[in-house]
Ligand binder design. Sequence first.
Ligand SMILES: [Zn+2]
Ligand SMILES: [Zn+2]
Length: 144
Amino acid sequence: MMTDIHATVDDQLRRSRQRYTLGRRQLVELLADTERPVTIPELLELGARQSQSSLYRNLAVLEQCGAVHRLVSTDDVSRYELAEELSEHHHHVVCRRCGRIEDITLPPELEAAIGTAIGTVRVERGFEVDDHRFDLMGICGDCR
Ligand SMILES: [Zn+2]
Ligand SMILES: [Zn+2]
């Protein structure tokens, strides 16, 4: 699994004329292990052995080549996760107070119902939908 991820990221970076350096590999491994999008301080806590400026630069390169997805939460802080091509399709619950984001997977019936609803967008607007995102907003257990 991790080998597949590395092969895909290597490919994505090559296409952006970038190299898959050790620092970038390490970030991809850390992100593959987290169950929610994480901030830069959290990446440092998780053991990213890089200066903050290298972290910013590596994450920007990984985001630009499509391997990493950046989300800006309700606290205006950027959080990072692997792109869905490298993980799996999911949604997010977002806390309005602390900005924490958790991943959630919806039941297949609900994903299917969303797919059907999206079909009508194509018919009504002539818009070809190939992906969807939505977040559930609220207050997390810690903040409540
Ligand atoms: Zn919270
Ligand atoms: Zn979905």
